[in-house]
Structure formats: structure tokens, C-alpha cells
Design a protein around this ligand. Sequence first.
Ligand code: FES
Length: 95
Amino acid sequence: MYICVCHGVTDLHIDQAVTEGASCMRDLRENLKVATQCGRCASCARDQLHSSLQQCAKSHARADARQQNNITPLTQKIAATASLTASDNLQLAGT
Ligand code: FES
């Protein structure tokens, strides 16, 4: 959907800008020239910016959760290996 007709900016352009680090209207004005001509798109662009930021935050939260799930089993494997080694050392020492 077109957000800024003057500069041909769509919601996808704003999503992409947010993915690349845009976080405020100033960023959109500088990068996409949104709301720099007639200004009628400012409100819609702001709404789209907030929506894109929320989607980006949710996406990062899911990625963080996935990353933590991948780290936990490895941590448990290391802990299991360490305790097995300590137990073996005790047996080797004759206790
Ligand atoms: S519609 Fe965006 S500046 Fe005119």
C-alpha cells in the first residue's frame, strides 16, 4: 500500500527501513523523503512506522527465544560432560 504518493513510498519500504535501523520519523524523512513534500502522508507514515517497529520487536523476541533454546541443551551437555569427567577422576583416584 502506498504511504507517500509524492515519493512513491510503500509500507514495504518503511518495513525495510525499520529492518535496516530506522526508528523515528526523522529517519524516514532522511532515508525515504516521507512527508517532505506535501506532508499529507505524515500521519499514515507514523502509524506504519509504529506497526513496523512492533513487528520488528516481536521478530527479535522470537529470535532471542530460539537462540536461548539452542544454547540450553549445549550448556546441559557441557555440564553433563564435566560431571562425568569429575566422577571418572574420582574413580581413577580410588575413592
Ligand atoms: S504524500 Fe508524502 S510528502 Fe506528499
